[in-house]
Design a protein around this ligand. Sequence first.
Ligand code: FMN
Length: 178
Amino acid sequence: MAKKSLPLSEVYRLIEPGPVVLVSTMSGKKANIMTMSWHMMVDFEPPIIACVMSNRDYSFDALKKTKECVINIPTVELAKKVVACGNTSGKDIDKFKKFGLTPSAAACIRAPLIDECYANLECKVIDTKLATKYNIFILEVVRAWIDRSQQHPRTIHHQGNGRFVVDGETIKLPSKMK
Ligand SMILES: Cc1cc2nc3c(=O)[nH]c(=O)nc-3n(C[C@H](O)[C@H](O)[C@H](O)COP(=O)(O)O)c2cc1C
C-alpha cells in the first residue's frame, strides 16, 4: 500500500462532516453571522448538537453571554457568502448588510434566522462545561424550520484550504439507523 504520512494538522480535512453552516447570534442589538463546519449531532430528540467555536471569534462572546444561536443551513448558491462570513469578523462589520443576507425573527430566541438558508435551527446552549478547555458548546435545538419546496438542497462540505464538496448523488441502503 503506497500510503504516505499525513500531517496531523490536515487530519480534520478527512473527518470534517459538514454541511458548512452559518451561525447567527444577537448580542444586545448587534446581530452577527459566522461560518462553522466543526459540529456534530449528539442526540435525536430533543436534537442536541455539539459545536466548536473559537474564543477568538466575536460570536464566541455572544454565544457565551446570550446562550442562544441559530444554525442556518445554506446551499451551494450561497457558497461565496458563506466563505465571506468566515473570512470577516462581526467586530468590524455588519455581515447581514455587507453580504446582503436577510435577518428574520425566530420563534423562541432573539438571534435571527437567515432567510436565504433552506433550513434554520433555533438553539439554546445547555452545557458550557467544555467551553473553556475546548471551545465546545452543547446546543439543544428548540425549534426547526425547513423550506420543503427545495427538493434537493445541495449543501456544501468543507475539505480545507478553500475546497468544498457539493452534495450530489444519493444512494439508498437498508440501514437500521433512522
Ligand atoms: C468553511 C469555514 C468553516 C469554518 N468553521 C469554523 C468552526 O467550525 N469553528 C470556528 O470557530 N470557526 C470556523 N470558521 C472560522 C470563522 O467563521 C471565522 O473565524 C469568522 O471570522 C468568525 O466570525 P466572527 O468574528 O464574526 O464571530 C470557519 C470558516 C470557514 C470559511
